[in-house]
Each structure stands twice: as C-alpha cells, then as structure tokens.
Design a protein around this ligand. Structure first.
Ligand code: SAM
Length: 276
C-alpha cells in the first residue's frame, strides 16, 4: 500500500480571496483537512465549495491528533494541514506532525500562500535582505529589552497583539531612542494600515489612533551598529559593576579583544560622559 501525502496548505490572513487555485484544488481532492478551529476553516470551505471532512488539530491536541493522522497517511489517505490564518508552522501548530510524517517517510508538500511576515516585508522599505523572525515577543519588559539589545544588528520581525503593542514599543524605546520600526496592522483587510516611523513617533500616533486588530512588526537594525564595540561596551558595564578600576578594565578588555588601551580609554570616557 502506497503512503498518502501530507499537504501543508497556506490560507488567507484576512482577505478570503487570498488563496491560490492550487490550494483550493488540493483541499478538494484530499481525504481529510486537519485545522486549528473547524469553525474558521468551515467558512473558507463554504466559500470555495470544499466538501472534504475537517478534523481539529491545535496546539493542545497535537500529540494525540498527530498519531491519528499518521495512521491515516500510512494507510494511504492524503491529508492537508491548515491553520486559522496564513502558513501553518509559522507561529502555528504542525511541527510535530511534519516531524513525525518525515520520519515515517511520508511525502510533505507545501502549498504556498499568505503569511503575515511576507505580507509585511513585501510592503515596507528595507536597507538589506536579511531579517530575523522571532514569532511573538516575550511579555516581560526586561526580556523584551534584552532580546532587542541582543539583536540590535538585525531587522527583527515579530508578531504582537494590539493589547501589548504599546508596552512593547515603550520597552523598545528604552533600549535606544529613535529606532525605526514598521508596523503592519490588519494586513490584507479592510482597515489595513502600514506605518514606518520611529518607535517614539508611533507611540504618540497610537495614543490618538485606533490600535486593534492583528499586527506584524519589523524593528529595523541599527545602522550605526558595530557589534565589536557594542559587545565591548556591554562587557565594560559588567566590569564596572564589579567595581574594577579603569586600568584593570582596560587590561581585561585588551586581553579579551586585543583592542589598544587608548581606544578602551576612549570608550570608558564616552561612557562617563553619557552617564552624566
Ligand atoms: N501562521 C500565521 C502566518 O502565516 O502569518 C501566523 C499565525 S500567528 C498565531 C497569528 C499572528 O500573526 C497574529 O496575532 C498577528 O500578530 C499576525 N497576523 C496574522 N494575520 C495578520 C494580519 N492580517 N495582519 C497583521 N498581522 C497578522
């Protein structure tokens, strides 16, 4: 008996027309659609006359439903995985199913389409190609600050909820003033809004404008980022915290990074002036 195929099918992120012909044909032609919330996927299926049976597959049932789906795939049936919106496995369930299906030798076929990350990135200016997607940001302020600082040289892409965006922007503004950010709200929907500005300006903007709906963001990499010097500045702060003298700090940094002592003294001096 030949093994079935597993299709990973992207669905719209808001605008129900954003689905490919291939996705619709695939969803019509298979034996079962595994979806996060059958009520959501039913709306899509009704719009496109998809009669394939649905089964729920969400983060709380991943382990159990993976086993069920795997049995059906091994028995020669074909299945699709969809999420409530966009591309499965992108901040959505499915990793376990894909992993197990691969191990079982099942053919996994992506049927591409909408994703909030690519929708945002395709509609904002960017100074370079690279970006780092981190899913949802942590909720604790100190964790946001540390994560943002640790990734200051990256275009950092993340998802955020409207209830948390303001706090997140305030936390980011503590790491460095004037950082540029792109915020895509309600992408592909009626009230779509894409803003590109400094974090501080957008804090002011959202104080006076609607802040609800779904949100994807890109915090721009710091253009004047110099990883070497930034790392050194962080190390110097730690050493100062240990109450080491400037001379000792210069000695440690010199042996760690090979940076000339006069350059280290400049950094120490700049730090003193900044903290005045
Ligand atoms: N798998 C989805 C994808 O491909 O984009 C993401 C799923 S994740 C659970 C849901 C989050 O994606 C939302 O909370 C929001 O941050 C972001 N998102 C989804 N749809 C969006 C939209 N239309 N506009 C902006 N962000 C969106």
């Amino acid at each position: 008996m030949a093994l079935g195929k597993l299709f990973i099918v992207s669905t719209p992120i808001g605008n129900l027309s954003d689905i490919t012909f291939r996705a619709v044909e695939t969803l019509k032609s298979i034996d079962i659609i595994a979806c996060e919330d059958t009520r959501n996927t039913k709306i899509l299926c009704e719009k496109y006359d998809i009669l394939t049976p649905l089964m729920s597959y969400h983060k709380f049932s991943e382990a159990q439903k993976t086993a069920v789906l795997l049995d059906r795939l091994k028995a020669g049936e074909s299945a699709a995985l969809v999420s409530d919106a966009g591309t499965p496995l992108i901040s959505d369930p499915g990793v376990k199913l894909v992993e197990s299906a691969r191990e079982a030798g099942i053919n996994i076929i992506p049927v591409v389409g909408a994703c909030a990350v690519t929708a945002l990135l395709s509609s904002i200016p960017r100074q370079d190609e690279s970006f780092k997607f981190i899913g949802f940001l942590p909720r604790v302020e100190v964790q946001i600050v540390n994560l943002v600082k640790a990734n200051r040289g990256e275009n950092l892409v993340f998802y955020e909820s409207p209830n948390r965006l303001m706090e997140t922007l305030l936390a980011i503004s503590k790491t460095r003033k004037g950082r540029k950010i792109a915020i895509g709200r309600e992408l592909t929907k009626k009230f779509e809004e894409i803003k590109v500005d400094t974090v501080e300006n957008l804090i002011e903007y959202y104080k006076n404008n609607v802040l609800k709906g779904e949100i994807a963001c890109m915090l721009y990499a710091l253009e004047d980022f110099d990883s070497g010097n930034d790392d050194i500045s962080d190390k110097i702060k730690v050493l100062k915290g240990l109450k080491l003298s400037d001379k000792d700090i210069a000695g440690v940094i010199n042996s760690l990074y090979g940076l000339p002592r006069n350059k280290i003294k400049e950094i120490l001096l700049a730090g003193k002036q900044e903290s005045k």
